[in-house]
Structure formats: C-alpha cells, structure tokens
Design a binder for this molecule. Sequence first.
Ligand SMILES: Cc1cc2nc3c(=O)[nH]c(=O)nc-3n(C[C@H](O)[C@H](O)[C@H](O)COP(=O)(O)OP(=O)(O)OC[C@H]3O[C@@H](n4cnc5c(N)ncnc54)[C@H](O)[C@@H]3O)c2cc1C
Length: 383
Amino acid sequence: MNTPGEKSLWSATAAPLTPFPALRETVRAQVTVIGAGYTGLSAALHLGAAGRDVVVLDAMELGEGASGRNGGQVIPGLKYDPDTLETLYPGDQGAKLVATVAAGPDLVFELIRKHDIGCEAVRNGWLQLATSESALGPIGTRVRQWQARGAAVEMLSAAEVARLTGSQRYYGGLIDRRGGTVQPLAYARGLARAAQRAGVRLFMRSAAIHLERSAGEWRIRTRDGDVSSQQVIFATNAYSDKFVEPLQRTLVAVPSMQVATAPLPTELRRSILPEGQSVSDTWRLLRYFRLDAQGRLIMGSRGVFGDAPLAQAARLHYRAVREIFPQLAGISYDYHWAGFVAMTPDHLPHLHEVAPGIVAGLGYNGRGVAMATMMVRTTSAFR
Ligand SMILES: Cc1cc2nc3c(=O)[nH]c(=O)nc-3n(C[C@H](O)[C@H](O)[C@H](O)COP(=O)(O)OP(=O)(O)OC[C@H]3O[C@@H](n4cnc5c(N)ncnc54)[C@H](O)[C@@H]3O)c2cc1C
C-alpha cells in the first residue's frame, strides 16, 4: 500500500531477512497455512513445534500485509470490556474468551523470549487516554472490570498522564501494564525464522489461486506449484483477495496510516513518553502513538480511501502531532506508510470452519499483534 519511495519505518529499520523462495514444485504437507502474518506464522510455529509437517504460502514478501506495517502496540483485550464479553457469551465460553484475550500479550512476549526474537520488545504498558471528560467514565468501567479479574490495570489522573506522555492534552486515562510494544516487522520475521527452525517450509510470492478436493486431500495451486494437505488454515485477514472471496465479505478492510518523525532531540526525548508506553486515545477516529528504539515519535490514525497521495493524507497526522505535542511544532518527518485493518461488524475476531479440514481466523479490529498471535491457541481446529 506504499507508493514508491514510501518505505515504512519498520522495513527501513528491521534486520534483513534472507528471502524465502517461491513455490515452484508439487509438495505435500499435513497442514497448509495461507497467509504469513502473525495469524499464519504463529499457527505454523505452534504446529511445527508440535511435530506437524507444515507449509506456509504468502502472496507477497513476508510482512507486507498488516503484520509488517502496524503500530506494534501489544494491546490486551478487545474493544468490549470483560463483563460485556461474558454477557455476550454466557457460562464457560465468555470466561474462557476473557482469559484468552487477557493472555495475548503474555504469549507474544513469551514467544519473543523463547525464540530469542530481536524486535525491540518493551513491556512497560499500554495507555488508553481520554480526549474529553466524558470519556473517563467508560475508561473507569474498564479499569474496574479488569481489576476485578486481578489484572494490572490502573486509572491515571490528568497529571499522571502528562508526566507519562509529555502531553497536556488529556483528561486522564488508564495504564494496562500487560501491554507493550514491538518492532512489528522484526517480530513477524522472527516468528518466521522460528517456524523455519521448527521444520516449517515457507514460500513467498506464491499466492494461492485455486483450491480443490483431490484424493481425500485439499490441493492448493499457486502459479508455479501446488501443495496438498489434509488441513488448511486461511490467515489472510484484511488482505484476503478474490481467492477467499467469501471471507473477504465477512470484514471491511479499513485503511490506517502512520507517520514517524525524525529522532527527537535529547531534551524532548526526556519528557515525551519517557517510560516507553504506547498510547491509544478516545478521539473519534482513534489516534495511536509511541516511540521507536531511535526515539522517533510514530503517530497513527485513519488512512485514506481511494487514490489520495499518502503525503497529502499525512497532513492530518502532522496536525495531530502538533495538537498533542505543541513542543514538536517544526519537527521533520522521516516516514509515512499505510495498511489495511480488518474490521468486523460485531467488533470481534472470527473463527470460521470453511469446510471440513479448513479453518480461517481473522478480524482483529486493530488489536491483532496479540490476538492474531493468540488465534492458534483458541481452538483445537488449528492443531
Ligand atoms: C496501519 C496499521 C496499524 C495497526 N496497529 C496495530 C497495533 O498497534 N496493535 C495491534 O494489535 N494491531 C494493529 N493493527 C492490526 C494488526 O496489524 C493485524 O490485526 C495483524 O497484523 C493481522 O495479522 P494477520 O496475520 O491476520 O494478517 P496479515 O498480517 O495482514 O497477513 C495476511 C497475509 O495473507 C496474505 N494473503 C492474502 N491472500 C492470499 C492468497 N490468496 N495466497 C497467499 N497469501 C495471501 C497477504 O499477502 C498477507 O501477507 C494495525 C494494522 C494496520 C494496518
């Protein structure tokens, strides 16, 4: 989704990865995973580590979908608060769902540790900040519900927020200490390397273009090869193409874009996000921001539909930076880039049984760093 010359910050700063080949032969596996973002890579890694023979196919280079372009905020929970989830899914199911989404960040940071993934991981918490007095009520409700479940979530006053962010813009908010940040593309590359070490075969520039049932197995054709397996996992999310049209219709691919400043001067660096938390605010279009390892401020918000040049759309983001951090007026910008977020009508991730032996996991509504990584753990259908 970048136009030429619009390299993302993440692709400019992630350690290089020896490219994976394209599929140019006929192969067999026990499981074929279509899509090499966090959903597909985490599933492949878990399955490979459990001794399954797995092939991963992706239409693009690794991380060119949302997993290499996002804000890298590891956010616990979904849009809905725990009580709402338990009302939507009474009994055991709701409680299990809440426990699963709460454990997403643990899984991310555990995989990073276990597989020694160098991705600038920081676990100092995620802030949700109120842009109006009235937004404090729902934030307080969220804090109380998570605290009732023993989670490390606390309310912050406006003064505490000002100290943690360097911005006077907010009325208060919450800190959820389970959250953190990663360099998202480096995290995706690290998962891919770990999966490869577990025996998984990965093929890039190998779009699945045809699926058929053949001799009791699923046969997936790419332009120059094919793979047959008993099980298939669709992990194509907002980048679902015509090949998975029925899945494409279950979600809306919403553009989101980010800009990154030049590294902040030392003086400003000391007062802006000094403890390295990431932030989402309650502004109607949602703004999210954080620092990278070099001290650049990254600001994200709505992207543009259609063909408007990214450089033009970036002005909205420059304005957000000036509004939240007037002390950054005049700062220069190094990068801007965009990607598609998969939104579902019910704001919940979806797991589909597409056909016997075929499952699909998608629709994280902007919270996929933790949740897409976690998807493999939500159901035995992935195993
Ligand atoms: C700008 C932006 C900012 C975001 N910020 C955050 C954030 O800070 N925190 C957070 O938790 N979430 C965030 N998200 C959401 C998060 O990035 C996603 O939820 C997550 O990356 C989804 O991972 P995935 O593996 O399901 O999909 P993706 O990473 O999009 O991977 C899908 C893959 O499927 C492949 N594919 C599609 N069709 C085919 C086919 N026919 N054959 C083979 N391959 C195919 C694509 O090429 C793609 O690589 C953000 C998203 C964007 C775009």
